[in-house]
Design a protein around this ligand. Structure first.
Ligand code: GLN
Length: 499
């Protein structure tokens, strides 16, 4: 592996600007690294060497001509496979989208192309972003670079593993219930879910539209801030996009100390189900933040106890209607019934039967059930009320504090296969991440150390009020400066290539 691959994206961008490195050299190094190690990590489901190198060459030529470039121009990036890329397979790791070539680019993809970041390829994920381990992918699971027998989190385990194993300095993920933050926590990387609406969802294949949000996957807080500044901003193609300027996020990372800041420790995020090592590292980090001038108080969020249940009613309800478009006519796979008449209905049934995996089917059935006339009030209606309670608890909390802190995942990475037969255990992975999606607030995970029991990374989560992304980054940057450099300690750095 080339030494510079362990550098942050910000440092790589500086070297490119200073002429110490070319984008072609950097992109080739990433592609070589992918070729050398991705057969064991399986982070990528598509690698576009030609496209990435073409962009890299363009950047180098433009720089040589003295053109003004975006600060991140020439730094390669990987995309979760649920963001549409024009003319290039976008499968959401589902058989049902096999062979579909989107006719347009997602807004985030367009922005990356305009800023000229070489796109290395598409990363593995749980099918349609449903899962916490990447084991529900039609391509098979990704592996955690810290321990190849363990999960890299999900649904965006591919993006997190690509960044953690130094195959890509930057990646994008999508977070509906934790799919950026939990993979970040278990792979020792930084994962951010911006404020709902801060980053356009146009061209993100929808899972649960009121919860979905695209965000950065990086090795440093500053890299995430720089990437969010690039992909954020108003988009007329997304009616839920915030119509306001992108806040100065990189600047927020530079602020020293936390004097005058009030932080709230969520009372509910400890105890049963939480690994004692996760709690120990969390408590130690909170002490360090106090040492940086923050005032810390405990905050009671009683509705958090019901947030997970509400999410697993609202999310399947929205997903079941979003996934109705996959009908065997318009996208990808088309399967005709083995016998009987070929009608729109029988083709749709045969295609969906063959094209969707078990977890997706489970959620479609759950979603259509909770939306059905007889059960709507009891399930979907009650879940929406709980959602309002979660929002109220958070509104009340943010009257008292500037940011909330809690673990990003209740445990470290568990062994592959451990929870595949137990959906409830899998859903429990999201216990601390889901409230932010239900309330639309920004939240991010920052690595703070490794468990003394299993040596695996632990993530610390910061939540801020809606539109308070800059506050979140400010706190996260202090957390990072006061913690060990976990991302660089990933054992993947010492792998002998070809082994
Ligand atoms: N693990 C959660 C789920 O399975 C979150 C998914 C996500 O954020 N995309 O729904």
């Amino acid at each position: 592996m080339k030494d510079f691959l362990t550098c942050s994206a910000t440092e790589l961008a500086r070297r490119l600007r200073a002429g110490e490195l070319t984008s072609v050299e950097l992109t080739e190094a990433c592609l070589e690294r992918i070729a050398a190690v991705d057969d064991k990590v399986k982070a990528f489901v598509l690698v576009d060497a030609e496209g990435a190198l073409a962009t890299a060459r363009e950047v180098d030529e433009a720089r040589a001509r003295g053109e003004e470039l975006h600060p991140l121009a020439g730094v390669p990036i990987a995309l979760k496979d649920n963001m549409v890329t024009r003319g290039q397979d976008t499968t959401c790791c589902s058989r049902i989208l096999a062979g579909w070539k989107p006719p347009y680019d997602a807004t985030v993809v367009r922005k990356l192309k305009e800023a000229r970041l070489p796109i290395l390829g598409k990363t593995n994920m749980d099918e349609f972003a449903m899962g916490s381990s990447t084991e529900h992918s039609c391509y098979g699971p990704s592996h955690n670079p810290w321990d190849l027998d363990r999960i890299p989190g999900g649904s965006g385990g591919g993006s997190a593993a690509a960044v953690s194993a130094f195959m890509a300095p930057l990646a994008l993920g999508s977070d509906t219930g934790g799919s950026i933050r939990q993979p970040g926590a278990v792979t020792g990387t930084v994962g951010v879910k911006p404020t709902y609406g801060a980053v356009s969802r146009y061209g993100l294949v929808a899972m649960a539209s009121s919860l979905d949000q695209i965000g950065p996957v990086t090795r440093t807080v500053e890299d995430a801030a720089a990437l969010q500044e690039l992909i954020g901003g108003h988009d007329p193609f997304d009616s839920t996009s915030l119509d306001e300027p992108v806040p100065a996020l990189v600047d927020a990372c530079g602020e020293e100390g936390l004097a005058g800041m009030r932080l709230g420790v969520v009372k509910q995020a400890r105890g049963e189900g939480f690994d004692p090592e996760v709690t120990r590292l969390f408590d130690e980090t909170v002490k360090k933040l106090e040492g940086q001038g923050a005032t810390v108080v405990e905050i009671d969020c009683p509705s958090f106890a019901y947030a997970l249940a509400a999410y697993y009613l609202i999310m399947p309800a929205e997903a079941s209607s979003n996934l109705a478009r996959f009908d065997g006519m318009r996208y990808g796979l088309r399967v005709e019934p083995e016998d009987g008449p070929v009608t729109a209905e029988t083709v749709m049934a045969a295609t969906r039967g063959a094209g969707f995996g078990d977890e997706v089917k489970r959620r479609i059935i759950l979603g259509t059930h909770v939306l059905s006339a007889g059960y709507f009030d009891a399930y979907y209606g009650s879940a929406q009320k709980v959602r309002t309670l979660v929002q109220r608890d958070l509104d009340a909390a943010f009257e008292e504090v500037d940011a909330l802190v809690l673990p990003a995942s209740p445990t470290t990475a568990f062994p592959l296969g451990d929870r595949t037969d137990d959906p409830m255990a899998m859903y429990m992975c999201d216990i601390t991440t889901i409230p932010a999606n239900l309330a639309g607030i920004p939240a991010m995970s920052v690595p703070v150390g490794c468990s003394a029991t299993d040596g695996l990374p632990v993530g610390f989560q910061v939540m801020a009020p809606a539109r308070g992304d800059a506050t979140m980054y400010r706190v996260a940057a202090v957390v990072e400066r006061r913690s060990d450099d976990v991302a660089s300690a990933c054992p993947a750095a010492t792998w002998k290539e070809g082994e």
